[in-house]
Every structure is written in structure tokens, then in C-alpha cells.
Ligand binder design. Structure first.
Ligand SMILES: [Zn+2]
Length: 80
């Protein structure tokens, strides 16, 4: 099973661009090896967060502040 096929198990309508985004922006790849379970969980988390009308922080995996791209913790660090 390819990387994209694994992600499409979690996000059936994911196009190649979304799959690329998740691999490069939502995982630690290439610093950490991709695993089937980790990739599926990451894609599922991204989909579930989006379904709730929320988004994930650009710097970590927490929920971002509404209307912002960072979570509360990363925003405090970014401004200090
Ligand atoms: Zn954050």
C-alpha cells in the first residue's frame, strides 16, 4: 500500500496535493520515518479537525485558536 493509499483510507476524497501537504506539513518526515499507523492517524486527525470547523496549529499538533494558524501555547512562544 502506498503512502497516498494509506491517507485515502482516512480521507477518501484526498487529492495528491492534500496528501503531499499532510506528509510534509503534518508529519516529522523526513526527520522521522513514516509508518502506516502514524500516517493514518495523522490523516484521520486532520480530517476530523476539519469536519469540526477547526484547524491544527502550524507548529505543533494542537487545535489552533479560532481565526489563527497557531495554538495558544505556540502563540505565546512566538510573541515572547
Ligand atoms: Zn502549536
Amino acid at each position: 500500500m502506498t503512502t497516498y493509499q494509506i491517507m485515502r483510507k482516512a480521507i477518501p476524497d484526498a487529492d495528491d496535493q492534500l496528501c503531499e501537504f499532510i506528509v510534509w506539513e503534518r508529519t516529522a518526515y523526513p526527520l522521522r520515518k513514516l509508518t502506516t499507523r502514524g500516517l493514518y492517524k495523522t490523516a484521520r486527525r486532520w480530517r476530523r479537525t476539519k469536519e469540526k470547523g477547526l484547524r491544527l496549529c502550524e507548529l505543533c499538533d494542537r487545535i489552533a485558536i479560532l481565526g489563527d494558524s497557531l495554538c495558544e501555547r505556540c502563540k505565546v512562544i512566538a510573541w515572547s
